[in-house]
Design a protein around this ligand. Sequence first.
Ligand code: NAG
Ligand code: NAG
Ligand code: NAG
Length: 378
Amino acid sequence: MARFLPCAAVSLLLVVVLLSATPDADAASSSSTGRRYRYGSIFSFGDSYADTGNNPVAFRRLSLFDPVMRPPYGATFFRRPTGRDSDGRLAIDFIAESLGLPLVPPFLARERNGSTFRRGANFAVGGATAIDAAFFHSGDPPGGSTFPLNTSLGVQLQWFESIKPSLCGKGCKDFFRTSLFFVGAFGVNDYLLSLSTNNVSQVRPLVPDVITTISTAIERLIVHGASTLVVPGIIPFGCAPPVLVKFADRDPAGYDPRTGCLKGINELVTRHNTLLQEAVHELQAKHTAGDVKIVYTDFFGPVMEMLTSPAKFGFEDVFTLCCGGPGKYNYNPKIFCGDAAGIMCKDPSTRVFWDGVHLTEAAYRHIAAGWLSSIQSP
Ligand SMILES: *[C@@H]1O[C@H](CO)[C@@H](O)[C@H](O)[C@H]1NC(C)=O
Ligand SMILES: *[C@@H]1O[C@H](CO)[C@@H](O)[C@H](O)[C@H]1NC(C)=O
Ligand SMILES: *[C@@H]1O[C@H](CO)[C@@H](O)[C@H](O)[C@H]1NC(C)=O
């Protein structure tokens, strides 16, 4: 359990990216939409799904086990570990590439001055929660975990605010108008931490709190001048191999017969994603005047599609980790990806899950394609 949580948490880096766009009306636009966006930078908040290298710093400060700086992490694309919880690029990396921007530099791993982050900064940290750590330290339901990371969305916002003066001085509103902000995904760590001591029904009331935390952060970023914000939902983590093992249900009714995923946990996910979309619609309605665009991007649908129609994407063994240890689905709570006794699959591009709840580069590539079309739609 102690081992499961940090690993699960690592796999749950949440990133919030703010997308700030400048409609470029007279660009010799090949776009049929007639509206075209050019971004000068990407700012990202989130957890392991978006962390491009902050977690090794955050975990080292607390002397916590963190496997990601060992091979075979990063082997597919970077050919070395980079702090990403994958074999290669994450969705945010594919999106940065597609927009012609540099891969978003991790805030904690760089010298902190504004000039380092003119093209963007990534505040996402593996294991991050939306809700502040103090809640999870409280010990009583529905918190009930001592996992100590102090890297919540609120803390990430403080980091963002701390670089503002050196980044853009008095011209921040203009600067952020051409930035893309990613806010999330957030939530998987909040729920997994709570599920370590509570059942699904007890965790359900936490969902609105997580959503409120995210929408409050979006409002705060808009006040700072963010005008394009991307807000990803969360993956169906009731399908993730470590979750299938740890929360295995003796009652067959606990599983979705179509997917084999855990029903109760995925209902929690669906509730989160539904409330998040409602919150995004409300925020969008409230900010129609200021040329603010807030885009919900789907993390649930594409992962479900990869799991239910694997052949369409060239996937095999969709519930088996590419990198793990001996055990069901290659998940082993004691032998982890990168350990001497660990197991590594031959071809990561045939797997959806990398080392736990985290995904492979191949999976992120498909997810990013969907997100990019949402971002670029008028
Ligand atoms: C910011 O960091 C860069 C890269 O390390 C360095 O070259 C530059 O001098 C620093 N600027 C300030 C104002 O500290
Ligand atoms: C968490 O980090 C924030 C920002 O760095 C800091 O202000 C706060 O004191 C920290 N809280 C704890 C409990 O360490
Ligand atoms: C969850 O736990 C509470 C408190 O122990 C209990 O009353 C409830 O029946 C449980 N619900 C389920 C679905 O197991």
